[in-house]
Design a protein around this ligand. Sequence first.
Ligand code: GLA
Length: 382
Amino acid sequence: MIIGKPPLGWNTWNTFGPDINEKLLLETADYIVESGLLAAGYQYVVIDDCWSLKERDANGRLAADPEKFPHGIKYIADYIHSKGLKFGIYSCCGTLTCGGYPGSYDHEYIDAATFAEWGVDYLKYDFCYHTGTLDGKYFYRRMGAALANCGRDIVFSACSWGMEETHEWVKTTGAHLFRSTHDIQNSWASIKSITEQQERLLPYNARGCFNDMDMLVVGMEDGGSFIDSERRTNGCTLNEQKTHFSIWCMYGSPLMIGCDVRKMSAEAKAILTNKDAIAIDQDGAYNQVYRLTLDRGPAEALVCARLLENGDFAIGVFNMMDTEYRFVFGFDEMGITSHCGKKIVMKEVWTGEYEKVANMTCSVTVEGRGCRLYRCRLEDNE
Ligand code: GLA
């Protein structure tokens, strides 16, 4: 199976951790459809860790915790499918999941068969409790082979946190996406750190095996979620959330919502459903993103570009510093020469406003931790 675009959806972990159940899943599925999130592209509803019993059943199969999921997992999958959504679940390559539930080690084929039977469309596969004697790649090859032979198309989402240079071997496993960093936290420091870690990974993000920068913290501004309580962070402002979302779109990451969508604010929803930003994330050409060299710019003044399928360019201007900064950049590096006979029309996707480009130079002042995300079109000079 080939997947052409980074998957979009929702995952239970960031907000709910182990506190998950049937009601939450069904209500969230309903809300994703009713609120327009599905129409915006968010299709996968993924149950993360802590859904099973602590023991396998008499046949060695994983079994759902009947208190959390009284009608079993297939019931959830069927409901989610009836809504036009796709269903994802979680397991781990070791003997236990990170939360201490049975992992799939040495049960890869039986688990893949079980998932196929339940109607699973997406498997997030974690990296806890594996033996130190085998390299990570072998664990992922096992599940990759099991999924490819289970009789159902299941997206394989490798979650080895970028360990052991994941990007170098993950495409040997059949994975469709790979987590490139440790877990995101609901803080600006975490967003900044994940962004910095991407710089050397940009050449490895490619169509068919997408670099997963981890779930979105957009909409979690109350600070009362599971990952907040675990790591004692205090959330991100809306402006920081907008920058976070813009970076994930610019870099073409899978977009997995991590907030309680039933309670998210209108502002958070507007960020998550911005059509132009999502179109950049999902652009069909999936050309590599690159960083522009700014004359004398500090490392935390980040400008990235990506050539899009229709000849437009996406340009992301990210001020990773705490204070305002004036960015000045040209277009030469993007292959747009001063004598190309075209003019550049830049639309900022958050304001919908157009930026003036004089002398083939863009200069823009961006507030601390803020961003501008542009879609640029080349037009003939009159
Ligand atoms: C790891 C993963 C997280 C989440 C938890 C669940 O930390 O990286 O995304 O799945 O495990 O225990």
